[in-house]
Design a protein around this ligand. Structure first.
Ligand SMILES: [Zn+2]
Ligand SMILES: [Zn+2]
Length: 103
């Protein structure tokens, strides 16, 4: 529960905009978002790292199903059982769309 820093009464979400909490004295505040700024920065940094790794992978001629660009990064990953075929992953060099292909 949150209390108004001005008059110390209980703050309630605004009916029209539940993201805002308001007080009968006119005080307005924003409720905390699910992700803190720090968490957001960390998750975007993690994505940047993945991008850097992927961009060192070999490029192959493969048509992107999304933007029809003809170059994609590719890598393979073994599925659970070793006698199953590898799954090939592709990532469009242009729009970064990612998809997989089974044999
Ligand atoms: Zn108040
Ligand atoms: Zn694409």
């Amino acid at each position: 529960m949150l209390f108004c820093p001005k008059c110390k009464s209980l703050l309630v979400p605004n009916k029209e905009d539940p993201k805002k909490i308001v007080c009968s004295c006119g005080y307005k505040s924003r409720q905390k978002k699910n992700l803190s700024v720090k968490e957001k920065m960390e998750s975007s940094r993690r994505l940047e790292v993945v991008d850097k790794i992927i961009e060192t992978l070999p490029l192959t001629e493969m048509e992107c199903p999304k933007c029809e660009h003809l170059k994609a990064y590719y890598w393979t990953a073994q599925t659970r059982s070793s006698d199953e075929a590898e799954t090939r992953f592709f990532r469009c060099a242009k729009c970064r769309h990612q998809w997989r292909q089974y044999d």
